[in-house]
Design a protein around this ligand. Sequence first.
Ligand code: GDP
Ligand code: MG
Length: 310
Amino acid sequence: MARLFKRSDDLPKRSLWQRIKDIALTDVGALVRKGSREGSLEQIEELLLEADFGVATTLRLVEDVDRLAQRGKIKTHDEFLESLRSGVETALRHGNSDPALRAAATGPTVILIVGVNGAGKTTFIGKLAARFRDEGKRVIVAAGDTFRAGAIDQLRVWADRAGAEFIGGKPGGDPAAVAFDAIDAGVTRGVDVVIVDTAGRLHTSDSLMEELKKVARVITRRMPDAPHETLLVLDGTIGQNAVAQARTFSAAVPVTGLVVTKLDGTARGGIVVAVHEALDVPIKFIGVGEQVADLVPFDATDFARELLEE
Ligand SMILES: Nc1nc2c(ncn2[C@@H]2O[C@H](COP(=O)(O)OP(=O)(O)O)[C@@H](O)[C@H]2O)c(=O)[nH]1
Ligand SMILES: [Mg+2]
């Protein structure tokens, strides 16, 4: 994950840890001393909020630091850094946190991809299809975003590049019909994985959610244990809006995993922790660029380390 958090947008160029460390630069003892303790904790809180951890997670992380400092467990910068990393990792491993993709017992594994326009769904599908192809799997991708002009061809290009088979309908056609055809083809052709793209915007959010429910229903009609995964793709640069989106989508369809994209372009990786905690759903992948190789299977330890890099 070497490319994570290397560029920053609206935040200073220095890493999150460098900025946190400044608060107790010469003297970690400031974290426990009367007079300086509250100010220091407040500053840490501000930096964590800026990094998109959200209020609940931020307060807990700061409480942890406070408690450990009071007990004399944080005396050096290394101990300070390790305590923060371990707090982040613990949050990411809490509850539903298995990053592995579930596979079908028999027949193709069906993966439904949802998320708003521009989140990175189609790009993610291209990268994921390429990963499965590298593992020697046979893959169908289905162009269920029939709403947006160009979306069908965009997916076709990714499919060709990955060596995946492609099922697409007509622009403006019924996305549920495309999904059904793709599962049908997947079963009869005996492929390993079917990945279904969907639209991200209709004239109202309600109609989008109704359409997604219908797509999911039609998939299940063709294959009762499918979809095996419903992955919500979230743009990692949009701040707490990602949490709101996550709630809206998971109210419509049972989201089984999260993909957070564009983490190459932001210093605000705390959003990954915030969305995991808000939904109690595992992070499965993170996107770190626009190229096929820029997809990282999620690992809580690596992520906490990268997020709080020295
Ligand atoms: N920097 C960066 N750009 C990304 C990433 N994932 C997607 N994008 C870009 O985001 C834009 C929207 O992606 P797209 O897959 O079309 O989103 P969709 O509307 O959800 O299907 C495109 O320009 C992608 O190249 C990522 O991880 N990092
Ligand atoms: Mg798309």
